[in-house]
Design a protein around this ligand. Structure first.
Ligand SMILES: Cc1ncc(COP(=O)(O)O)c(C=O)c1O
Length: 364
């Protein structure tokens, strides 16, 4: 690093001097490449055990780049419980470009096989899913996919590389909303991809530069700083997530608690095998499934902030049916469990007794 700076500098520059046309030091223009972004892309590849990293202006821009690998007539098999914005991008934008999406339950990986045909080019997996915390077996999915020469992409936003390494389990592409745990402080919006295959990386770098949805140097600096504490933050997120999930499960007014750490939770054994711990995301429903009562609970919370997003050090609460998943039609979202009383918690790293006391007063 020039001058011995311990921290990577923020190269707030759009362009780079050339001594003669083409005579530059590896950087020509900051849409194509920027040293701060490059440092982050290398760091992300390294923590995901991958060879190539790419960052984008948002998680959605990263997903958008993946879908741009496809052509009209191609088909995608996606989990049916997924971030509402991913569903919206697939159905409201890319279906109009002639790409066909099948949304299916993937709790049993063998379900996927029935939807594969010669046009299938991509399997889209989110695990744990947002907001129902379903666990999808990445290794079993990759074994099915490999027989058919199809790409497997895993949205690793909820687990982070601290808990789960999809490339090691056979995925081709790992995707992140770096806005969440990687950034970790709710102060940046960014997306990321990591891949192993050089040719796939080259196609994605081409799309990144050609479409131009890149991340800025200041934001890259913030995420570089964020990932330095990822492991410590995740340990506390997991510890607090467990305590909150267990408290909710014992509460007489709570119907269901969705947290993959419970021993009787569907696919708990898969979660135990493919994840190091169970994360800090917990969803729950109240007895009677009353919309207004759920809204009252989220309004009464004081330490949990009612807000979109997740993964920051401060705890957040959300009401998926009216917030993150409002873009999914009611009948469709209810089929996957996103009912009116569902509340999703991003359990932060605060004192856990304060978090439980807050839930206690809000649930009443
Ligand atoms: C699982 C998941 N994937 C993708 C995204 C989209 O990321 P971004 O908001 O950074 O565009 C989100 C955002 O909430 C998410 O939760």
């Amino acid at each position: 690093m020039a001058y011995g700076a311990v921290m990577p500098p923020i190269y707030q520059t759009s362009t780079y001097a050339q001594s003669t046309p083409g005579g530059h030091k590896g950087y020509e223009y900051s849409r194509t490449q920027n040293p701060t972004r490059h440092a982050l892309e290398k760091a992300l590849a390294s923590i995901e055990n991958g060879n190539h990293g790419l960052t984008f202006g948002s998680g959605m821009a990263a997903i958008d780049a993946i879908i741009k690998l496809l052509k009209p007539g191609d088909e995608v098999i996606s989990t049916n419980d997924l971030y509402g914005g991913s569903y919206r991008l697939f159905t409201k934008i890319y279906e109009d470009f002639g790409i066909k999406f099948h949304f299916i339950g993937m709790e049993n990986a063998t379900n996927i096989e029935a939807y594969i045909n010669k046009n299938t080019k991509l399997i889209w997996v989110e695990t744990p899913t947002n907001p129902m915390m379903n666990i999808i077996d990445i290794k079993a999915t990759s074994e099915i996919v490999k027989k058919h020469n199809i790409l497997l992409a895993v949205d690793n936003t909820f687990a982070t590389p601290y808990l789960q390494l999809p490339l090691d389990l056979g995925a081709d592409i790992v995707m992140h909303s770096a806005t969440k745990y990687l950034g970790g402080h709710s102060d940046v919006v960014m997306g990321a991809l990591v891949v192993n295959d050089k040719m796939l990386a080259e196609r994605l770098y081409f799309i990144q530069n050609a479409s131009g949805a890149v991340s800025g140097p200041q934001d890259c600096f913030l995420v570089l700083r964020g990932i330095k504490t990822l492991h410590i933050r995740m340990e506390r997120h997991c510890e607090n997530g467990k305590a909150v999930a267990e408290y909710l499960a014992s509460h007489p007014k709570i119907e269901n608690v969705y947290w993959p750490g419970f021993e009787n939770y569907p696919n708990h054994n898969i979660a135990k095998t493919q994840m190091k711990d169970f994360g800090g995301m917990v969803s729950f429903t109240t007895k009677g499934n009353d919309y207004d009562k759920a809204i009252k609970i989220v309004e009464r919370l004081k330490i949990f902030t009612l807000a979109e997003s997740l993964g920051g050090v401060e705890s957040l609460a959300g009401h998926p049916a009216s917030m993150t998943h409002a873009s999914i039609p009611k009948e469709k979202r209810e089929q996957t469990g996103v009912v009116d009383s569902l509340i999703r918690l991003s359990v932060g790293i605060e004192d856990v007794d304060d978090l439980i006391a807050d839930l206690k007063q809000a649930i009443g």
